[in-house]
Structures are given as C-alpha cells and as structure tokens.
Design a protein around this ligand. Structure first.
Ligand code: COA
Length: 130
C-alpha cells in the first residue's frame, strides 16, 4: 500500500518495525504497547506515523476491525500544527468503513475539542471508571 503525504515538511506514512521504539515512546504517556502487539498492527497496515527529521512525532493506530481509533497521539511540542488532523484523515481514508467510531471512554477530556473539529458529537462524558 502506498500512503505518503508531506505536511509541515514531515511525512505521513505506514509504520515499519524500525519505528517501534519511537511509537512506544510516544504512546508511553498513556500506556505501554507491547512490541508483539504493535508488530501485529504494523503487519496489518493499521499504524501510521508522522515522521520529521527521523523522529516519530505523531502516530495513529486503529483497531483490528478497522472500526475505531485505538490511539492517536502527537508529541506535545508539535501540537496545533495540523498533524493530528492529517493522521486522522489518513486513518479514515484507509479504514474499511466510512465512519470510524471513537472509544470515547479512552479519550482524555482535553482532546474533545479536537474530536469535535473532526466532526464527532459529544454524547456523554464518563470522568472516572472503577
Ligand atoms: C488530540 C491531539 C492528537 C490533536 O493533535 P494536534 O496535532 O494538536 O491537532 P491539529 O493541530 O491537527 O488540530 C486539528 C483541529 O483541531 C483543533 N484543536 C486541536 N486541539 C484543540 C484543543 N485542545 N482545543 C481547541 N481546538 C483544538 C485545531 O485548532 C484544529 O482546528 P482547525 O482544523 O480548524 O485548524 C493531540 O492534542 C494529542 O496528542 N493529545 C494527547 C493524546 C490524546 O488525547 N489523544 C486522543 C485520544 S486517543
């Protein structure tokens, strides 16, 4: 699959095994994604990275059934430059279904304005899960 795009002098493309450490570092603010699990997603072309100057500064992974986004993260230093939007766009373009669903319970409240910009509607907020 050929999925390359240039934005802000960086590049959006499918992740490779060489990117695993960079992706794990980026995702580590939320949880540790095990290498074997990440490899499975990469094998199935479900992980896209935004790379700039040999650094992974953004990454999106969608679920095995391609019906939701598992994780979308942009390095704090580079937020607000359209990188999240670019990663979201490519994940919708490459998924099997027309409409991706978000696991709302997994999204931090701070990311709600972003999802609204991406066309989602707020239904309810669960602040704590026990
Ligand atoms: C959410 C996140 C991925 C957004 O990435 P980003 O690169 O900063 O987003 P973009 O610059 O592409 O913003 C796209 C649009 O959303 C808007 N937006 C993004 N974050 C916003 C915020 N906190 N408040 C208001 N608007 C916001 C931008 O202004 C932009 O609007 P525009 O299209 O009218 O210009 C990033 O903030 C992040 O990594 N957050 C931590 C991880 C997270 O919460 N992920 C989501 C759950 S998995």
């Amino acid at each position: 699959m050929e999925n390359k795009k240039n934005t802000n002098s960086g590049e959006v493309r499918l992740a490779t095994y060489d990117n695993i450490k960079g992706i794990q570092k980026l995702y580590s603010m939320f949880y540790f994604m095990y290498t074997d699990a990440l490899k499975k997603y990469i094998d199935k072309e479900m992980v896209f990275v935004y790379e700039k100057d040999n650094e992974i500064i953004g990454c999106v992974t969608y679920g095995m059934r391609k019906d939701k986004i598992l994780m979308l993260v942009v390095n704090k230093k580079y937020r607000g430059q359209g990188i999240g939007k670019e990663l979201f766009k490519i994940s919708t373009e490459t998924s099997n279904i027309n409409e991706l669903k978000i696991m709302a319970t997994m999204s931090p409240v701070s990311s709600i304005p972003f999802w609204k910009k991406m066309g989602f509607e707020e239904t309810s907020i669960i602040e704590k899960i026990h």
